[in-house]
Ligand binder design. Sequence first.
Ligand code: HEM
Length: 180
Amino acid sequence: MKGVVFTELLDMVEGKFGEDMVEDILDDCELESDGAYTTVGTYDHKEFIKIVTALSKHSEISVKDIVIQYGHHLFFRFNKLMPEFFEGPKSAFEFLESVHNHIHVEVKKLYPDAALPSFKTHRQSSDTLIMIYTSKCPFADFAQGLIQGTADFYKDDIQIKTEDKNSDSEFCRVFTLTKQ
Ligand code: HEM
């Protein structure tokens, strides 16, 4: 997992809970990286799971809620860090449709060792977008937070329904997104 995902996570924790919380959770985790992340480095995605699990213990917020909140937060950070991806799409649906065939393709050029999920999308009707997440990594909640961030950013009122369809080899979540 790319270092930017870790550096932004620790920045969010520091902003919301303070510096001491960052120290406490890193002390708990005994990470191979020692928590010394650089944005361009690559680290085991299990370290991400260890950090959010430790934060959950210290904050009494569930891991699921932390990961969703983080996805939401990161969306707005991406807007600041990589504004070029926001120039084309005019709505949440258009943005989400550009993730797999445009944004993540460019991310892969920037970071060839990025481990990116797959998203299939199709419009079931003018108000409903189906978005199917599949990945070797268990980050469907992270995707959910990013989707919520997208909806809030574009000020589109979207109901999100989810159905998990994990198999032995992959994690899969079907998102049914309906404009209200
Ligand atoms: C400007 C927008 C975006 C940028 C720049 C971006 C970039 C990235 C980067 C750098 C990673 C890390 C890859 C790695 O760790 O190896 C990543 C992973 C991921 N991205 Fe995006 N992303 C964007 C939007 C989105 C959106 C809107 C979604 C959800 C619909 C999404 C879903 C994910 C997920 C779930 C992962 C974790 C890897 C996995 O589950 O396999 N991304 N993205």
